[in-house]
Design a protein around this ligand. Structure first.
Ligand code: 8X3
Length: 256
């Protein structure tokens, strides 16, 4: 059953096909209409099929690191879908965990192209639409890595520090247009994050969460929903969410 058609917000979420993005898409579907975005059309179709009985779902299929693809995808959007109330900039990942001197420049390109430039490409297009309507809400996915640098985190941390700076810059620049800007910054979340970071090496990925109960994607999705559902006059400007066992990027209470 769809919740009241008139109060449904239109929310665009990037990186909707896995991890925090997929969990957030699922949790928001009941009460909102969603534009789901990602690179893998097959996975986007699967999510659309799963949720189409409870939500209106529109697919936009593009590689966020390619600004021409982002622009072309938006040109296909019907005008009713252009009335985007909320943009959730969720797409992003870590690639590699190496000392700076050992870093792979292809990994650096990916993190900067997706986590930073991709976020900017899509925000620019959506902001043009929001500024015309003098309303909107941007929610950026930050990270504990955006406020604390840890050994071997170098470029990934830099990309999340950049997200933090962009969030703050957006909030200042968009204030006069009635657009609010929020950031949700998680610590350790057990998604495909570490599998991607270690290029499929599950032994290294499992080590990250060994002896702790990390967050799961749903934990962060519930925080996203809280930020989405905040009253119009309230901006949850920044919210950080950690597993109980994590005090900082490196202080983690692991069971032996
Ligand atoms: C993910 C958190 O600590 O692995 O952004 O960098 S961490």
């Amino acid at each position: 059953m769809r919740v009241d058609q008139n109060n449904r917000k239109k929310i665009l979420i990037t990186g909707s096909t896995s991890g925090i993005g997929k969990a957030t898409t699922r949790i928001l579907a009941k009460e909102n209409d969603l534009i789901i975005c990602g690179r893998r059309l097959e996975n986007l179709n699967k999510i659309k099929n799963e949720l189409s009985s409870i939500s209106n779902i529109k697919i936009l299929n593009f590689d966020i690191s390619d600004k021409n693809q982002v622009r072309d995808a938006f040109q296909t959007l019907e005008s009713k879908w252009k009335e985007i109330d909320i943009l959730i900039n969720n797409a992003g990942n870590a690639h590699g965990l190496d000392y700076i001197q050992d870093g792979d420049t292809n990994d650096w390109d990916k993190m900067i192209d997706i986590n930073v430039k991709g976020l900017l490409y899509i925000s620019k297009i959506v902001l043009d639409l929001m500024i015309k309507r003098r309303k909107g809400h941007i929610i950026n996915l930050g990270s504990i890595a955006g406020s604390e640098v840890y050994q071997k985190g170098n470029v990934y941390c830099a990309s999340k520090f950049a997200v933090d700076a962009i969030t703050k810059g957006m909030r200042l620049d968009l204030n006069k247009y009635n657009i609010k800007v929020s950031q949700v910054s998680p610590g350790l979340v057990n998604t495909e994050f570490s599998k991607v970071r270690f290029k499929g090496d599950m032994n290294r990925a499992d080590e990250v969460y060994k002896g702790i109960k990390p967050l799961v994607a749903d934990d962060v999705a519930r925080v996203m929903k809280f930020v989405v559902d905040s009253p119009d006059n309230v901006n949850i400007s920044e919210i950080s969410v950690l597993p109980k066992s994590q005090a900082s990027s490196t202080i983690i209470n692991r069971e032996d």
